[in-house]
Ligand binder design. Sequence first.
Ligand SMILES: CC(C)(COP(=O)(O)OP(=O)(O)OC[C@H]1O[C@@H](n2cnc3c(N)ncnc32)[C@H](O)[C@@H]1OP(=O)(O)O)[C@@H](O)C(=O)NCCC(=O)NCCS
Length: 357
Amino acid sequence: MSLQTEIRTQRAQELIQNTFGADRDLAGEYPLVFDPTFSGSLVGLEHENEVVSACAVLPRDLVLNGWLMRVGLIGSVATHPDHRGQGYAGQLLERAEHVLFHQGAVLSLLWADDAKFYEKKGYVPIGVEIDYKIEMQDAAKLPEALGVRFMQSRDLAEVHALYVRHSHRADRTLAETMALLQGPGITAIVREDEAGAIVSYIVMGRGHDLQGMVHEWGGDTQSVLACVRGLLQCLPEECPGLYLMCPVTSVDMRQTLLDLEIPALEGILGMARIIDMGAMAKIFERFGDARLTVTPEPEGLRLEGPAGSTVLDAQKVLLALMPPQGNRGVVDALETELGLRFDALPLSPFTWGLDSI
Ligand SMILES: CC(C)(COP(=O)(O)OP(=O)(O)OC[C@H]1O[C@@H](n2cnc3c(N)ncnc32)[C@H](O)[C@@H]1OP(=O)(O)O)[C@@H](O)C(=O)NCCC(=O)NCCS
């Protein structure tokens, strides 16, 4: 006999809460998962009528330059300490991916504290995130913080309108952005123009995570950097500065920070595993030229072009479509081998810090 859904969810939440810190306000940090009005949920695995392993899942449509790709976010993976090392988390991930598949997700995406654990489960790094290191003394290089002030709840709709201007992001409703911005541990700054309209915003910190990191921003580059200067001016003098997260597609911000000689660190977006290979075939067809044929095979996908054919396994498929740090090596090799072009690859999926779970 299995536990009733409601009790299972409650036990899963208790396990996650006990694993990640009884003192943390997880429901406040991750409203899209823990507030039943939003689309996230908890997945639990039972053994002898006890939830032994649990995680959070959240389907998200990633916007890629007007095109949508539904991914499934997985977070807060926890196995009860008495039951670790018995394969429960592996089974849980499979169950979570099954749930996400039925919600239309084509791949699962997570942020790993322990990359090795997820590598063993078939996850690979994908995508790019650029983090700029802005030190206190850099403040003077940035535009003056005119019209800059802390964000207030009356600003949230205008802030959301700036968020949705990003070409690469997770699709969010206004209600979702509002819930996320009202979480604990967040410092948010806006800039107003002379007429009182919000022209930019920045968000630093989120609960225990992302402290010292501006992990979401919106508006024109100069106004965003004016907010950063305003924030630096509020930090204690002994503070080393902050990091600013940036998608590879925000070309104007990247060029401006390069000109200001602000150092950049290139990282990955997260770790992923394909949960719908048929959808991957469609992505190749969409972004390859008309001479490409894609056929699913047991071990992956067969790609065929005028010059030849090749079979890509699941990991190679991700390396071609959304490689770590945007490395185009696999696509370049494919173009030569098949004798055709994938001009729009690789894709640059991106999620801002407020979207992680
Ligand atoms: C990380 C965590 C979720 C793993 O849970 P788990 O149920 O022990 O995981 P699994 O059993 O599936 O896999 C863990 C290990 O057991 C091994 N294993 C898998 N199946 C097994 C089986 N049937 N019998 C014995 N060992 C097994 C795995 O190979 C893996 O080996 P490793 O120790 O060399 O890495 C758990 O340690 C935890 O809750 N940690 C604290 C929270 C945390 O860090 N979460 C991850 C956030 S990113």
